[in-house]
Design a protein around this ligand. Structure first.
Ligand code: PAF
Length: 281
């Protein structure tokens, strides 16, 4: 496994491979990331990952400086999975002095997470675009856990005719349903117990949909009511949205995205469930 910190050296190493799967990460890897690496390896033969905590996707009051980092452990995990290349740039390599260019994927970036975290997806789209330019992947792998991120990136790839395929893999969960996230490490034991309410709320709404409920307002109410049963949970939003535009729905359609953002203590958690897609005709 080659661990490479500069764009120039990475490009040279990338030249040794044809098809290449790519898993961009901010490190502090968990089983969700590892499932992406496994799938990339199985589908593409060769796999590259990146580890870069991207400052431009954090607002000044957010957790950039305390975001968990453990490069040695991450590299050991990636090595065990047979990763071929790991790109580990510093901030100055990705954003040299004088960088003034950004990628803005409007509309889908402004809803849900984008409404609460203005500028977040501008930072994500910009760094992912740059990583794609450097890594030149055949396929890039993202987790369903960050559903809006996958919508923004798919749209960017389509709108800018980027020559790669975006693959979205299922959310990996703890036994109690909590979606795996590097930020789960912030949760104190009591908060960790409370955090299982996110998935419970989503599952309750999904069950109502499967039972025939088609009023989006009812599904939102079910999620709110379930979350309200957990005293440590403070709701930021609950949403039933169109899977492509992320616009809020009145009547639920097949494939709609149930999502929510909740604060448990000082930790902000997000999760989602895509409802089953349109049955084929
Ligand atoms: O999902 C993440 O970890 C980040 O948003 C990504 C895609 C690596 C960009 O910094």
């Amino acid at each position: 496994m080659d661990v490479i910190a500069t764009i120039q050296d990475f490009r040279r190493a990338r030249g040794r491979f044809g098809r290449l799967g790519f898993v961009p990460t901010m490190g502090y890897l968990h089983d969700g990331h590892l499932s992406l690496v496994r799938q990339a390896r199985a589908e593409c033969g060769a796999v590259a990952a990146s580890i870069f905590v991207n400052p431009t996707q954090f607002a000044p009051h957010e957790d950039f400086s305390r975001y968990p980092r453990d490069m040695e452990r991450d590299l050991a995990l990636l090595r065990d999975l047979g990763t071929d290349l790991v790109f580990t740039p510093g901030v100055a390599e990705m954003y040299p002095p004088g960088s003034v260019t950004a990628v803005e994927v409007s509309e889908v970036s402004e809803r849900l997470e984008g409404a609460v975290r203005p500028g977040h997806f501008r930072g994500v789209a910009t760094v992912v675009c740059k990583l794609f330019n450097i890594v030149q992947p055949t396929r890039a792998y993202f987790g369903q856990k960050d559903a809006q991120q996958t919508v923004v990136i798919r749209r960017m790839v389509r709108d800018l005719a980027m020559p790669l395929e975006v693959v979205v893999c299922p959310t990996v969960r703890e036994p109690d349903g909590l979606a795996m996230s590097s930020r789960n490490v912030y949760l104190a034991p009591e908060e960790r117990r409370a955090a299982a309410v996110l998935y419970r709320a989503l599952r309750q709404a999904e069950a109502a949909y499967r039972g025939g409920e088609r009023a989006a307002a009812s599904l939102r109410r079910i999620m709110r009511d379930t979350l309200a049963g957990e005293p440590l949970a403070e709701i930021e939003y609950v949403s039933v949205a169109h899977p492509d535009s992320l616009a809020e729905l009145d009547a639920v359609i097949d494939g709609a995205l149930l999502s929510l953002a909740v604060r448990i203590g000082r930790t902000r958690l997000i999760d989602n469930i895509p409802l089953p897609p349109d049955p084929p005709d």
